[in-house]
Design a protein around this ligand. Structure first.
Ligand code: PMT
Length: 403
């Protein structure tokens, strides 16, 4: 989606500017070209030299620089871009954008811009929730400025709350979606996809359950990426705190049995991606009453759960044309993934190492190997959104040949 796109990146003065090198790297990995403008505040956190070295383009800072103006005027900077991204966007920049103040290169370019603008706000929670900032935010939204984040969490100032700049992967996903939309229908238009995600909860009694550490980040990112390519996506998800991906139909379930039933109802589809960490066992013989604490700890009897991936991979009419499973392994990753691909009859397996210390469960990044009939491809460590995008790109290639 970002191939050959020209992104004008305005870096304002916030601690989140330290995320900008990663952002530039990931944009360039996807074929985008990045030109940076730095505000005076931004230059307190990151240098023009760093931005220029990482982007491969000059980093601009001074409105009245003779060199910059003779080589490239501020008007041309915004005319040549496909989109302007302000990350981090401070309260100050947002306020100046709202009232049209143009007192440096960044704000002059924003005022002179005829291009779509996306901002990723980052600031202290009180500054973010201040009525002035919130009013500015609403004004910017009415002018069709797209806003990503901010997220909630620990802030650099030591306080906790809204104000963290959106994750790099979310910024990339928003940019991809923007270009997808402006391109019209995606390459998977007309394709139906079912994606499973998250953990399952297998009840022990009405108040306790067995589960695992899956957050749903990987599965949800895959659903988002497929929807961005125009597929009609049903996401069947176990309990997670991930937001529902835009443009997908979401079916919430608790147990493996419910996930199995929901997938059966969502199919047929051309594509099935099983990224959920489905519990292999449920608890047999539940009484429906809370188990009382007694002298002896109760022994749990487990019963095998249905295998969703294996069930819907079985050859026969109605089988999705492409079935993608995951293998979460703690040892012999590739060999076990290959065995899993064969035993579950799926077309591709995405193998990931979930041993202690890998932080794949719940973390933001993943290191995966794509196992297909043609062999094994090892991908570098990437954000889960980037992994999802790559899987979706491979699915597009498959669909172009086979659907
Ligand atoms: O959710 P995150 O925190 O982002 O973490 C991502 C992840 C680690 C959960 C994900 O990348 C992943 O590896 N998902 C599969 C986890 C798993 O259950 O692996 P498995 O090797 O036990 O199962 C193999 C395959 O069979 C998987 O596609 C699984 O969805 C499927 N399966 C397993 C059991 C079952 N009863 N039904 C199934 O469909």
């Amino acid at each position: 989606m970002l191939e050959n796109k020209k992104i004008l990146l305005i870096v304002a003065g916030g601690i989140a500017a330290v995320k900008v090198p990663d952002l530039i790297r990931r944009l360039r990995e996807r074929g985008a070209s990045v030109t940076c403008i730095l505000t005076n505040g931004g230059s307190q956190f990151i240098t023009p030299l760093t931005l220029a070295s990482l982007s491969g383009n000059m980093a601009y800072q001074d409105l009245f620089s003779l060199t910059e103006e003779s080589e490239m005027g501020h008007i041309r900077l915004c005319r040549e871009a496909d989109i302007i991204l302000v990350a981090p966007a401070t309260a100050d920049v947002m306020a100046k954008m709202t009232v049209g103040i143009a007192d440096d290169l960044a704000t002059t370019v924003l005022l002179a811009s005829d291009k779509p603008v996306i901002i990723a706000p980052s600031m202290n929670v009180m500054m973010w929730t201040h009525p002035a900032t919130q009013t500015n935010l609403q004004t910017l939204k009415t002018r069709e400025v797209q806003v990503i984040g901010p997220g909630t969490g620990d802030l650099a100032c030591g306080e906790i709350g809204d104000g963290r700049m959106a994750e790099v992967s979310d910024i990339i996903a928003t940019l991809s979606r923007h270009f997808q939309k402006s391109r019209g229908d995606g390459p998977l238009k007309g394709c139906r996809a079912v994606v499973t995600s998250g953990p399952t909860h297998e009840p022990i009694d009405p108040v306790r359950y067995i589960t695992n550490r899956s957050s749903g980040k990987q599965g949800h990112a895959i659903a988002t990426a497929l929807a961005n390519f125009g597929a009609s996506v049903t996401l069947v998800t176990g309990p997670t705190s991930e937001p529902n991906p835009d443009g997908t139909k979401v079916v919430n379930v608790q147990t493996a049995a419910q996930m199995m039933k929901a997938c059966g109802e969502a199919l047929p589809a051309e594509i099935l991606v099983c990224a959920a960490a489905v519990a292999d066992w449920s608890v047999a013989g539940q009484t429906g009453q809370k188990i009382k604490k007694g002298v002896k700890a109760p022994a749990l009897k487990l019963a095998e759960n249905p295998d969703i991936l294996a069930t819907f991979s079985k050859p026969g009419p109605g089988r999705p044309t492409l079935v993608v499973g995951f293998a979460a392994e703690t040892e012999n990753l590739i060999t076990n993934a290959q065995l899993k691909r064969a035993s579950k009859n799926c077309d591709w397996i995405v193998a990931n190492d979930v041993s202690v210390g890998s932080s794949v469960f719940s973390g933001d990044s993943n290191t995966v190997h794509l196992v297909t009939a043609d062999g094994v491809e090892s991908w570098p460590t990437m954000s889960k959104s980037a992994v999802a995008e790559r899987i979706a790109e491979r699915i597009v290639k498959f669909a172009n040949k086979n659907l």
